[in-house]
Design a protein around this ligand. Structure first.
Ligand SMILES: Cc1ncc(COP(=O)(O)O)c(C=O)c1O
Length: 376
């Protein structure tokens, strides 16, 4: 067996989720419970009925690649030749890491960050170097990244709104990072899977508009409630796309033709991409009201659908805390340590689930915290 694999385990998100009972309230996964927009579904199926149903070309249907390129309009990477359609954005992340990292190379990621970044680095025989996300912004600090960069740094990963904090990076910090990438010769991967789900007046700034040394990863899982369809994509310089093609072909051939036809319809009318934004704005308003009512502290997200709550007592392991909460109150939440040591004091609650679940989970969490405090 490959030596690097001995270091890989299923993420703590999946480990805690595996303990869920049929009766449990589930605030763990980032899994939308909304249906796909009915009009999008009807249009996608109609396209499927009238068009070819077999294998799509390796890199994706040409019409979809062109539409994705036009939608993002990245300077110097604005044609379909810059796009690979992938099996979820997870495969896009894999392609980027596998293509850019050699054994012993380094990738700089946030602490805490989406667990796949560190896992993929390990899988590629590379090393994830973590930079802390600090209060009050819990966003990228380019000085911290600069301090972490070495001659082995090939990639820096940013994401906004982020998972787990739902925070967005500052434009000036991203500009400084773009300059640093040019000076030190690394690429920046911008994971924009939650980009459509922002709560403020405007979308978060993207470093992909500021530098050509960037790769954009995204997909329709979260914005269009299409997790099961596995539709992701990557926009990158053409020479990287050319290098990724055989890797993508050898591992997955192509992604689902039906999913790609749905995606053509979604990109044809971007109102489909933003259709669920208001729903999550409202869901966060309700979630915040519940957290405030039960006086549970949280970091205010600027998008996505997670609340990070700093409630794990000093000296208590976050995974143990979540297991005890599940055993006592039958609610599944995610330990902050799933995202790195920087999450040790936090639990993450998803408010993407069924209406009412988050409020009930908050009520039970408050009861659990009261009982735990009086027992200690
Ligand atoms: C930050 C981030 N990136 C990527 C993904 C992968 O999403 P998918 O493979 O469904 O596109 C997720 C899923 O939770 C995520 O939170």
């Amino acid at each position: 067996m490959r030596a690097a694999l001995s270091e890989l385990k299923p993420s703590l998100i999946r480990q805690i989720h595996a303990l869920k009972q049929p009766s449990s309230i589930d605030c763990s996964l980032g899994e939308p419970t909304l249906p796909i927009e009915p009009e999008l579904w009807v249009r996608g199926l109609a396209r499927y009925e009238r068009e070819a149903k077999g294998y799509a070309p390796n890199l994706g249907l040409r019409e979809l690649r062109d539409r994705i390129a036009k939608h993002h309009a990245l300077p110097g990477r604005a044609t379909g030749d810059n796009v690979i359609v992938t099996v979820g954005s997870e495969e896009a992340l894999f392609l980027a890491f596998f293509t850019l990292l050699d054994m012993g190379d380094e990738v700089v990621i946030a602490d805490p960050a989406y667990p796949a970044y560190a896992g993929l680095a390990t899988m590629c025989g590379a090393r994830a170097v973590r930079v802390p996300l600090r209060a009050p912004s819990y966003a990228l600090c380019t000085d911290d990244v600069a301090a972490a960069v070495t001659d082995r740094t090939r990639l820096v990963v940013v994401s906004a709104p982020s998972n787990p904090f739902g925070r967005c990076d500052d434009q000036a910090e991203l500009r400084a990072l773009a300059t640093l990438a040019g000076a030190r010769g690394f690429y920046v991967l911008s994971d924009e899977i939650y980009k459509e789900l922002y709560f403020g007046a405007a979308p978060p700034p993207s470093i992909t508009q500021m530098s050509a040394r960037t790769l954009l990863v995204s997909g329709l899982s979260k914005s269009c409630a299409m997790t099961g369809h596995r539709l992701g994509y990557l926009v990158a310089p053409a020479e990287l796309v050319a290098a990724m093609w055989p890797v993508h072909q050898l591992t997955v051939t192509t992604t689902s033709t039906l999913a790609q036809q749905l995606a053509i319809e979604a990109f044809a009318e971007p109102r489909f991409l933003s259709a669920h934004r208001e729903h999550y704005r409202r869901a966060w308003a309700q979630a915040r009201a519940a957290l405030d009512m039960y006086t549970i502290p949280y970091i205010e997200p600027e998008g996505a659908f997670y609340a990070m709550c700093p409630i794990v007592p000093e000296g208590v392991d976050a995974f143990d805390f979540c297991k005890r909460f599940l055993a006592a109150e039958d609610v599944v939440v995610v330990p902050g340590t799933a995202f790195g040591p920087g999450g040790a004091r936090f639990v993450r609650l998803s408010f993407a689930g069924a209406e009412g679940d988050f409020v009930e989970a908050t009520k039970r969490l408050a009861a659990f915290l009261t009982t735990s405090r009086s027992a200690s």
